[in-house]
Design a protein around this ligand. Structure first.
Ligand code: SIN
Length: 502
C-alpha cells in the first residue's frame, strides 16, 4: 500500500489527505498544532468559484489573470477555475454549509477585481472555520492517522528522493510521498493577518531538500487590517458589500489609483492606502461601512463585527481605522499541476506551492479554491505514483550581501526588518540592507529555533528574489523603478514604507 505523509492540516492538506486515502493510500496527517489550528480557519471572505449560470470560467480566468499582472501561468489558471465547481460540490458533500439565499441558491458575494459576485461564504464571514470543521470531521471519520503537536524538523532523503519526514524530537515517519501543505510565511512581517504558525516551515524544508522555489518576492499585503489592537483582517467582502475607504478629509482616494476604486486589485488598493497614509503623516485610513447598517454588519460579518466591537468601536456608526498587513505569499515551492516539486517524492500544495496560478498578485478568494483544487490533484497523483516528470532544478543560494555588524537576532527584529525593507514598498537601498542583516543573523540560539530558522531562510530568499526583480509589478512594488525598470524619483505622494511602520 502506498504511504503518504501530509504536513499541514488546512484546506490544501486535508483535501490532499482525503483524496490520497480515498485512492487507497495509508495516510498520516502531521500538524504542529491541533488539527484545526490553521490559516484556513481564519479565512473570512470565502471561496471564489463559478456556480452561477450567468458566470463563466472564462470570466473567472480573465479576472485571475488581470489581478496577476500577466505573470500567471495560464494553464494553471484554467485548471483552477475549470475544476473549481467540482471541488465546491465536493466540499458541500463533505458537509460545508455554504450560506444560501431564501430560494436555496448559493449566496454569492462580490470581492475586489471580480467581474461578478462569485464568492461563496459560510457563517457570513466564517468561511474558513466552516471548511476546517467539515474537513477535520471527514478526516477523523475516514480514520486517517493524525499526529498533532508534531513540528516538521526536516525531510528525510535517500538518493535524491524524499522518503519521509523527521519531526522535532527525532522521530521519523517513512513514506512513499510527502505532501507539504504548511501554508505561507506571514510571520515574516511585523504586521500580518496570519496566525502565529505561519512560519514558512514547508518552504524552508523544501529549500533544505534542494527543491526549486520561485516568485517569493510576491508578498500580498491585504489593504484592510484593523489598525486598533492586534491586527485583524477586515474582509474584502465588506468593500464588496459597499463599504468605502476614506482619508482624514473623508475623501474616497482609491479612485485616484484605479477606476474600480475600492474594488481594484488588492495590490492597487493596498498601495492606495499607503499613499493616503503617507499624505496624513501615517495615520490609518478609514473603512466606512456605516451605510450597511448595524443589522447587515452583524449578520453578514459576525466575526468582524465582534472583533470591531471588542476594540470599543462601532462600525455601524463610525468609520474604522485600517492599514495594510502581510497576508499571502504568491510564491513558494515550484510544482507542476499535480503538486510535484523538483525533488522526487515531494509534493507541495496551497500557499506553500508556486503553481504559477496567482502570478504577481492573487485574486481575492482564490486561495481556498487553490487549496481544494491542487490539494485534490496532489492527493490523487501521490496515490497514482509513477514517474517524476518535473525536470530537476534547485534554487540558487541567495545573492551575496555586504558584511555588516548585525544586532542580535530575534523574531521581532526579523519582522521589523522585513516590514521596513522588504514590505509593501521596496527599493534597492532597503533590500540591500535587509540582505546584509539576514546574512549576518543566525537563529541557532532562538527559543523557537526551528520556526525561526525557517523564517530566516525564507526571508533570505524573499529578499534575494526582490533584489533580482528590478521592475515594479503586481505586489512587488519598488519606489525606485517603474514597470520597465526605469529609475523613478518618488513623488511626495508616493506610498512609503516608513509611514506604515506603526
Ligand atoms: C478577505 O476576506 O478579504 C481575504 C480573502 C482572501 O485572502 O482572498
Amino acid at each position: 500500500m502506498t504511504t503518504v505523509v501530509v504536513v499541514g492540516s488546512g484546506i490544501a492538506g486535508l483535501t490532499a489527505a482525503l483524496h490520497a486515502a480515498e485512492n487507497g493510500c495509508q495516510v498520516t496527517v502531521v500538524t504542529k498544532g491541533s488539527l484545526s489550528d490553521t490559516n484556513t480557519r481564519w479565512a473570512q471572505g470565502g471561496v471564489a468559484a463559478v456556480t452561477d449560470p450567468g458566470d463563466s470560467v472564462a470570466s473567472h480566468a480573465a479576472d485571475t489573470l488581470t489581478a496577476g499582472a500577466g505573470l500567471n501561468d495560464p494553464t494553471a489558471v484554467d485548471v483552477l477555475v475549470g475544476e473549481g465547481p467540482e471541488r465546491i460540490a465536493e466540499l458541500v458533500a463533505r458537509g460545508v454549509d455554504f450560506d444560501r439565499t431564501l430560494g436555496g441558491d448559493f449566496a454569492r458575494g462580490l470581492e475586489a477585481a471580480h467581474a461578478v459576485p462569485r464568492v461563496l461564504h459560510a457563517g457570513g464571514d466564517a468561511t474558513g472555520a466552516g471548511i476546517q470543521t467539515a474537513l477535520g470531521a471527514a478526516v477523523r471519520s475516514a480514520g486517517l492517522t493524525v499526529r498533532e503537536n508534531a513540528l516538521l524538523c526536516d525531510l528525510v532523503r535517500d538518493g535524491g528522493r524524499v522518503v519521509g519526514v523527521e519531526l522535532d524530537g527525532g522521530e521519523r515517519i517513512e513514506a512513499d510521498a510527502v505532501i507539504l501543505a504548511t501554508g505561507g510565511a506571514g510571520q515574516l512581517y511585523a504586521h500580518t493577518t496570519n496566525p502565529l504558525g505561519a512560519t514558512g516551515d514547508g518552504i524552508a524544508a523544501a529549500l533544505r531538500a534542494g527543491a526549486e522555489v520561485a516568485d517569493l518576492e510576491f508578498v500580498q499585503f491585504h489593504p484592510t487590517a484593523l489598525a486598533a489592537g492586534a491586527p485583524f483582517l477586515v474582509s474584502e467582502a465588506v468593500r464588496g458589500e459597499g463599504a468605502t475607504l476614506i482619508d482624514d478629509a473623508g475623501r474616497r482616494f482609491c479612485f485616484d489609483a484605479h477606476p474600480d476604486g475600492e474594488l481594484a486589485p488588492r495590490d492597487v488598493v493596498a498601495r492606495a492606502n499607503a499613499r493616503a497614509m503617507a499624505a496624513q503623516n501615517g495615520r490609518p485610513v478609514r473603512l466606512d461601512a456605516t451605510a450597511l447598517g448595524a443589522e447587515l454588519l452583524a449578520q453578514r460579518f459576525p466575526t468582524i463585527d465582534a472583533a470591531v466591537r471588542e476594540r470599543g468601536l462601532d462600525w455601524a456608526l463610525e468609520p474604522i481605522p485600517v492599514t495594510p498587513a502581510a497576508h499571502y505569499l504568491m510564491g513558494g515551492v515550484v510544482t507542476d499541476l499535480d503538486g510535484r516539486t523538483t525533488v522526487p517524492g515531494l509534493y507541495a500544495v496551497g500557499e506553500t506551492a508556486r503553481t504559477g496560478v496567482h502570478g504577481a498578485n492573487r485574486l481575492a478568494s482564490n486561495s481556498l479554491l487553490e487549496g481544494a483544487v491542487f490539494g485534490a490533484r496532489a492527493g490523487d497523483a501521490a496515490a497514482r505514483g509513477g514517474d517524476w516528470p518535473v525536470a530537476a532544478a534547485s534554487t540558487a543560494a541567495p545573492r551575496a550581501a555586504a558584511a555588516i555588524d548585525a544586532p542580535p537576532f530575534s523574531r521581532a527584529a526579523l519582522q521589523r526588518l522585513m516590514w521596513a525593507d522588504a514590505g509593501l514598498v521596496r527599493d534597492a537601498t532597503g533590500l540591500d540592507r535587509a540582505a546584509a542583516m539576514l546574512a549576518a543573523w543566525s537563529a541557532d540560539t532562538s527559543p523557537r529555533s526551528i520556526e525561526d530558522a525557517n523564517l530566516l531562510l525564507v526571508a533570505r530568499h524573499v529578499v534575494s528574489a526582490a533584489r533580482a526583480r528590478t521592475v515594479s509589478v503586481g505586489a512587488h512594488y519598488r519606489s525606485d523603478a517603474d514597470a520597465e525598470g526605469a529609475p523613478v524619483v518618488p513623488a511626495s505622494t508616493a506610498p512609503t514604507q516608513e509611514v506604515l511602520a506603526c
